[in-house]
Ligand binder design. Structure first.
Ligand SMILES: *[C@@H]1O[C@H](CO)[C@@H](O)[C@H](O)[C@H]1NC(C)=O
Ligand SMILES: *[C@@H]1O[C@H](CO)[C@@H](O)[C@H](O)[C@H]1NC(C)=O
Ligand SMILES: *[C@@H]1O[C@H](CO)[C@@H](O)[C@H](O)[C@H]1NC(C)=O
Ligand SMILES: [Ca+2]
Ligand SMILES: [Ca+2]
Length: 535
């Protein structure tokens, strides 16, 4: 209201500033006359006569409405001096910003007009100078006066969101009133005059989820329990309207993409309560034998799943780890399986989150449980020998064809196939093996002095699946038959033929000597014996 009164202000142009007291509190730029007087006086140094009486310019308007659309030039105001008695003796002139181009003056009446429409937002005021001169002598009647034509604001600018469109993020499940962001609209109109730049914010689209403070433009959540897993992105449309939001105000809008960020409000959930896995008994210890998955609706860290086997008999046989790329649970074999011993395992697995949010603990247990049933699959396995290796002893010179021992292998599979033995892998074929019974017999006379230990291997084959074979090592130790040094009495009695004659004593002694020699020379006893009995 105070501003409105300015339309009818008088500009005093007096040498004594005190006469202008009502206007001294105004901002200097609007009323620069306080500097004008002395400077004007200086420029017109010789015009002492002006001080004789208090005189003044008077003109009753020096505001011009911006964006004036009328067909005639807009009346701005009137210059007048007390010396002008209406006898056309005074001529008014105008100089300064826009003089002659934007503003014209009627030399006689002092009426000022604006020739074109002006934009306050482009230039809010013009500084001009006025002069009254004697129309005949052209001598100044008053010192030149500087004055301002202020462009009067109209509401021709809508509020604008210069920083929009915006993006923002707020955690899901935030309480009502949680701060999201602040938007600001600027209005180019005159903030000091009227309501042309008084902006009020409102929300056009985005209720009931969000609200905006009409004065500050602060956006807050307006609904509890907003769930990212249901809706993640909200496009909110905010309007800023000037004239304090009143009807007829100008408005601008902006959009804000508000994303709900994730919190851990979902536990992992198994898609089914029982998982069936089939695992061959031949699976290697440490190998992955199956996968199960608990799905978590959250993302990132909040979807990281930890799996645990609930203690029980499955825990002894299996382990579970998490594949960190897809959060699957990988079941691993901890101990060897044997179909013939145990054909199935059942155990429970628990899935839980690694990173918990205590706010959601009261929703119940933050984990899920499923049952895993593992069926062990029978695998056709090779026959199994009764011992990891065999050792057999044989005296040297044991007759060919003598059985020195046996190996045994069995098919432990459900099929219980007969087994065949073969491939004794002794290159000089000292031994034979019975393919059905597994008995090993000598094939030649053995000589401990040339080979004291035979290392052979036997292969057992399943009749119903000859590809499945096992091999076992058999060590045959060749024993020395002659453990003692020779003595006279024993060979004498042992080796004397029943039909011995007197002359044969020498021979016997020869035999003893021979035998003695055998002992030391390691010649074969049997040869000596045959020599003796062949007499
Ligand atoms: C807001 O989201 C919409 C739809 O997803 C998209 O087209 C637009 O580019 C987004 N705006 C910003 C500022 O990110
Ligand atoms: C039998 O032994 C030979 C030589 O020792 C070997 O090459 C062959 O692979 C063996 N056969 C089987 C079935 O093990
Ligand atoms: C059998 O193995 C033993 C011990 O490894 C070795 O001393 C012996 O010479 C081997 N026998 C043959 C005939 O290779
Ligand atoms: Ca405006
Ligand atoms: Ca979540």
């Amino acid at each position: 209201m105070l501003r409105r009164n300015c339309l009818l202000l008088f500009l005093c142009f007096l040498f004594e500033q005190s006469s202008c007291a009502p206007f001294q509190s105004r901002p200097g730029q609007e009323w620069p006359h306080s500097q004008t007087g002395p400077s004007a006086a200086g420029r017109n140094g010789g015009s002492r006569g002006f001080q004789r009486v208090k005189r003044g310019w008077v003109w009753n308007q020096f505001f011009v409405l911006e964006e004036y659309m009328g067909s005639d030039p807009q009346y701005v105001g009137k210059l007048h001096t007390d010396l002008d008695k209406g006898q056309s003796a005074v001529k008014y002139t105008l100089s300064g910003e826009g003089a002659g181009t934007i503003f014209t003056i009627d030399q006689i009446t002092g009426d000022i007009h604006a020739l074109r429409s002006l934009d306050r937002e482009e230039k809010p005021y013009y500084t001009l100078r006025a002069q009254a001169v004697n129309i005949e002598t052209n001598r100044p009647l008053e010192p030149e006066s500087e004055f301002v034509i202020k462009v009067q604001d109209i509401n021709d600018n809508e509020p604008k969101f210069l920083e929009g469109p915006y993006t923002a993020s707020v955690p899901e499940m935030s309480p009502v009133g949680t701060y999201v962001m602040k938007v600001t609209a600027t209005d180019a109109d005159d903030p000091t005059y009227g309501n042309s730049a008084r902006v009020v914010y409102s929300i056009l689209h985005g209720q009931p989820y969000f609200s905006v403070d009409p004065k500050t433009g602060v956006i807050r959540t307006a609904l509890p329990n907003m769930d990212r897993e249901v809706k993640e992105l909200y496009q909110v449309l905010i309007q800023a309207k000037d004239m304090g939001g009143q009807l007829g105000g100008l408005a601008g809008t902006t959009t804000i993409n508000i994303t709900l960020s994730d919190v851990n409000d979902n536990p992992p959930r198994f898609s089914k309560s029982i998982f069936h896995l089939r695992v061959p008994e031949s699976s290697a210890v440490g190998s992955a034998v199956g996968r199960i998955k608990a799905h978590d609706l959250d993302i990132g860290k909040n979807a990281e799943v930890e799996y645990n086997i609930v203690p029980g008999d499955g825990g002894a046989m299996f382990d579970i780890t998490t594949n960190e790329h897809n959060q699957e649970g990988i079941i691993m074999l901890k101990k060897p399986l044997d179909y013939e011993t145990k054909k199935a395992y059942t155990f429970k697995v628990e899935a839980s989150n690694a990173h918990l949010d205590p706010r959601f603990h009261n929703f119940g247990p933050f984990k899920d449980t499923a049952t895993v049933k593992i069926n062990v699959l029978d695998v056709d396995e090779p026959p199994v020998f009764s011992k990891p290796s065999y050792a057999m002893d044989v005296y040297e010179d044991t007759p060919q064809g003598t059985i020195i021992g046996a190996v045994t292998a069995q098919d432990l599979d459900a099929g219980n196939s007969p087994v065949r033995y073969s491939n004794i892998s002794d290159l000089d074929s000292f031994f034979d093996i019975d393919p059905v019974r597994g008995t090993i017999s000598t094939n030649e006379l053995l000589d401990r002095e040339s080979i004291a230990q035979h290392n052979i291997s036997v292969v057992a084959t399943k009749v119903n699946n000859p590809v499945l074979t096992s091999r076992v090592a058999v060590t045959v130790h060749v024993l020395d038959i002659n453990e003692f040094p020779p003595e006279l009495a024993m060979p004498y009695e042992t080796f004397v033929c029943e039909s011995a004659k007197v002359g044969q004593v020498y021979f016997i002694q020869y035999v003893f000597l021979l035998h003695f020699f055998v002992y030391y020379a390691k010649t074969k006893v049997m040869v000596a014996r045959m020599l003796l009995c062949g007499c």
